[in-house]
Design a protein around this ligand. Structure first.
Ligand SMILES: [Zn+2]
Ligand SMILES: [Zn+2]
Length: 344
């Protein structure tokens, strides 16, 4: 059995584990990066002081900033599809299919699939009295807290055919969930992103350039920091677990390799002992007082015992033949095979 087939299990585990470990390490470093940026991000009020703060930074841009204010649409707000009295600036309509599906293990479990999602948004600002900051690209926000305006579930009443079909296909329909969420105008939210001032003097907050996320949330900076810290801790635990698996799998591969080398060394020494034994037995059985023509051309001690093929030269004893692997010592032709020669 070659070495690779001996360690195939460990290789598969190591491969999968490295993929997961790599992903966790990446997420962890991203999480730490956001956490550091958020910890140092200034919390600014939307008032006259904001212009003073902006002047302290190059290009009148603060890379990461926390601002709280009231949502106010710049044009006509979006009206809810389900309640005419509710208006907002971002709307998300989702249709989800609820099914009971048979898993690969043979159990039936509840599953939800999003079959349709529409997002609408209209330009809006965060407002405080006469001061306001425009929120750019709100849909790109990594965290966008919205109010659930409507959440309806329409169950399906399956017939006999549906039951039979469900049994064979492994998927049974349970119903459709239609949901509408909105960022309502007048709601008080925290925006975390890059704050900049255009040449016309208008302020805007948008997704930062260096991979940091834009947050539009009802949470405060401190509760967001807590959330990020707990996900960082969770990721750390995952990294430790998958790291330990990687170390264990690598150690096992190393152990198997060392064991295999030891086994080989043992096999070789057994072979060598057997060959030495054979040589001794041959020496005892050999004829003595041979003429020079009958002697091996290499050691000139033992009789010629081996025929080299394809050249056909009978020129060496069995001991010397063991040490000659490539060419015939007489004609230098390549040795392809050899056989015992019986000279009578
Ligand atoms: Zn010899
Ligand atoms: Zn030869």
């Amino acid at each position: 059995m070659d070495f690779f087939s001996e360690i195939i299990g460990e290789t598969v585990i190591l491969g999968l584990d490295s993929l997961i470990l790599g992903f966790c390490v990446k997420q962890l470093s991203k999480c730490k990066h956001i956490l550091n940026a958020l910890q140092t991000a200034p919390v600014l009020e939307i008032d006259s002081s904001i212009n003073k703060e902006l002047k302290k930074f190059p290009n009148s841009t603060i890379p990461y900033v926390v601002i709280r204010g009231l949502v106010k649409p710049l044009g006509t707000p979006i009206t809810s599809n389900y309640n005419n009295s509710i208006t907002g600036v971002v709307q998300r309509l989702t249709i989800k299919e609820h099914v009971i599906a048979r898993t690969s293990a043979g159990f039936w479990s509840d599953q939800t699939r999003t079959i349709h999602e529409v997002c609408n948004s209209t330009p809006f600002v965060l407002n405080n009295g006469k001061y306001s900051i425009e929120v750019v690209d709100a849909l790109a926000a990594e965290l966008l807290d919205m109010d659930v305006i409507s959440d309806k579930f329409e169950p399906m009443s399956p017939g006999v055919i549906d039951h039979v079909w469900g049994f064979f296909s492994g998927v049974r329909q349970r119903g459709l969930q239609t949901m509408e969420e909105m960022l309502r105008d007048g709601s008080y939210i925290t925006a975390i992103g890059e704050l900049s001032k255009s040449k016309t003097g208008a302020l805007k907050i948008q997704p930062p350039r260096d991979g940091l996320p834009l947050y539009l949330t009802t949470a405060t900076k401190s509760s967001l920091l807590k959330r990020l810290a707990s996900s960082r801790d969770f990721l750390r635990i995952l990294v430790v677990i998958f790291g330990a698996v990687a170390v264990a799998a690598s150690c096992r591969v190393a152990y198997k390799y060392v064991k295999r080398r030891k086994r080989r060394a043992l096999d070789d020494s057994v072979k060598q002992r057997l060959a030495a034994g054979r040589r001794e037995r041959r020496a005892v059985a050999r004829e003595k007082n041979l003429s020079e023509v009958q002697l091996c051309v290499v050691c000139t001690e033992n009789p010629k015992e081996i025929i080299l093929l394809p050249c056909g030269h009978v020129c060496v004893c069995e001991d010397c033949s063991d040490n000659i692997t490539d060419n015939c010592p007489i004609c230098r032709k390549r040795i392809e095979s050899r056989a015992p020669a019986f000279i009578t």
